[in-house]
Design a binder for this molecule. Sequence first.
Ligand SMILES: Cc1cc2nc3c(=O)[nH]c(=O)nc-3n(C[C@H](O)[C@H](O)[C@H](O)COP(=O)(O)OP(=O)(O)OC[C@H]3O[C@@H](n4cnc5c(N)ncnc54)[C@H](O)[C@@H]3O)c2cc1C
Length: 308
Amino acid sequence: MYDLIILGGGPAGAAGAVYAARKQLKTAIIAYEFAGQSVVSETIYNWIGTKEISGGDLAQNLKDHIFYYKGPFLDIFEGEKIKDIEKIDNHFKVITENNKTYEGKSILIATGSGRRKLEAINADKFEHKGITYCASCDGPMFADMDVLVIGGGNAAFETALQLLAYCKSVILIHRSENFRADEITVEKTKNNPKFKAITNAEVIRIDGDNFANSLTYKDKITGETITIPTSGIFVEIGQIPNTSFAKNVVSLDEIGKIKVDPINQAGETEGIWAAGDCSNGRYHQNNIAVGDAVKAIEDIYIWLHKNK
Ligand SMILES: Cc1cc2nc3c(=O)[nH]c(=O)nc-3n(C[C@H](O)[C@H](O)[C@H](O)COP(=O)(O)OP(=O)(O)OC[C@H]3O[C@@H](n4cnc5c(N)ncnc54)[C@H](O)[C@@H]3O)c2cc1C
């Protein structure tokens, strides 16, 4: 029986593991992979204390920090996907897709979030055939081509910036008037002569043969329907929390984020805490995920000692 089971190996999971091991809580950390979402970022400029770091190096540093504490107080399970959590009397059973089980007195859920899929006619049909959700993975295949990016937040603008380095042109398509991305990133992108933004655009359909070759959108102001030829479509329209396995043990909000008390990251079920992008805090960043988890571990430590 563990004192604590941490689910997830991104920034929140890593912070949780380091703090829990240092407090000598008998801890297990279970993650599908030890890398956060920003692993695909070329450069991260706001990881506090480090002026610039690639997403890959940040993920490796976090993983190294976790593995440094592997030992009597920390067991590490990599490659396991959580399927379910059951509450049994005064503890919890975590079940993975390989039907492995782990029992713990408390749980810190730090499973982050994944990509929201484009809802448009033929979007499914052309996924991986001209529609992609990862510029770092697939972008270079579109070198010297005209491509589209869908979205208006930081991820969309970062994707556009990456693509501008080697694509012929990048058009960003956004459903609203205003962008959610940081002003500095928007300005940097807009200054590139190969870039253009189309706002108030509702994507309706994707067409093509074997690969997508055009996107049709409706101009929400004029009502006009416009088709743009393209070689590639990069979708960056937001995140969906990885929490379906937790729905029977803890309250989720309307989009599936775990409801937490912002004072201590406690969920609405005693013994469960959540940190980072899977929780319903208002803002999601690497530094916030780490801070959430630290707050949670401080609280879990007190809770475990009260319940001894
Ligand atoms: C392209 C991109 C660029 C970004 N750039 C920045 C940036 O420059 N600066 C910044 O501060 N933030 C940035 N962010 C946001 C930042 O990456 C997230 O806020 C942060 O990763 C959240 O950390 P997390 O630990 O909560 O979750 P995640 O990073 O999502 O980690 C989730 C972990 O849980 C694991 N997991 C998920 N589901 C399961 C399951 N069922 N079973 C087992 N394990 C599971 C995953 O394998 C992973 O280890 C960026 C995000 C993206 C997508």
